[in-house]
Design a protein around this ligand. Sequence first.
Ligand code: 13P
Ligand code: SF4
Length: 358
Amino acid sequence: MYFKMKARLEKIVPDVELRYKAELAAEIMELKREKNAVILGHNYMEPALYYSIPDFVGDSLDLSRKAAQTDKDIIVFCGVKFMAETAKILNPSNTVLLPSDKAGCSLAASITAEDVRALKRKFPGVPVVTYVNTYADVKAESNICCTSSNAKAVVESLHTDTVIFLPDEYLASNVARETGKQIIFPALTPAPLSLQGRGAGGEDPHPSPISGRGAGGEGVMVGWRGRCEVHEKFTVADIEAVRAQFPDVVILSHPECSPEVVAASDFSGGTNAMIKYVEQTKAPHYLVLTECAMGDNIAAANPDKDMLRLCSVRCPHMNQITLEDTLAALKQNRYVIEVPEEIRVRAARAVQRMIAIG
Ligand code: 13P
Ligand code: SF4
């Protein structure tokens, strides 16, 4: 294990750390076999974990697909809680473990199921698309989910002028631009107490005249003011400063960055799309505006390419997932992800519709 990790990570991880982590990784691999478990690792995992224990690494969409296909008894999800929940939604009979109970997400925390119900009351008949970066009860209120890699295709698959797109303000703005829609962020009327927590029923006293079909024009996207606490930190000033110093740099950004940052970049795509772009680029220098562990992982896979190491924003939630905690997760069967069946069934419909689109 040490030599396998060293081959990839010699220039990225100090040797003393590699030796220690290789021992942990070897122990995890042994337990994984014994317990008939599969380990899924998101692209934002730290390099020593990313390049050692996962059976599959990938973006949110990839890992949902892998979770849906597995025949193993246990899924250990090295990612954040909404991802592990998606695995459980798709595999109710499997045990799904998340190595930390603190691996949240600022986007998932930005919206509740009641917020979605209030939007549905305000815009009756308008389909709801939710980003997978949401919890199961929010997915359950949605018609379909999306990830950053298929958001445009999902919105277009609905064939409606108006779409509610939640909860990422910036992803929604970027998809609205791509699909030619105008974006609005409505104020909500709180639900009457008698309706709170009671499903989608009830009527808004001030419903919007916008409806799903035939709203005319280019269409409207109804957004929400959630943001990724990592990607909101990148600015156009950062990009200008880098371009001033390296005029031939190619800049990649995640679509959770602001529309201004995306417009100032050369390429924008989900985590897998960025990995592929770097593999294929012949640019003399490149810069990846996303979570910094993924920058390390890309640099390790492309040692002959010049990555500008100017991003240092680590997702505090992804950072909770360590080799130590993954070992403890397998040893102690923790933290078990549960989704109430009534919510799971409705959330599964939205996730499966997305998977069918690809
Ligand atoms: P991807 O779907 O591109 O992997 O992104 C997930 C995420 O959490 C980005 O911040
Ligand atoms: Fe959530 Fe942002 Fe972290 Fe992704 S990087 S898990 S969107 S906080």
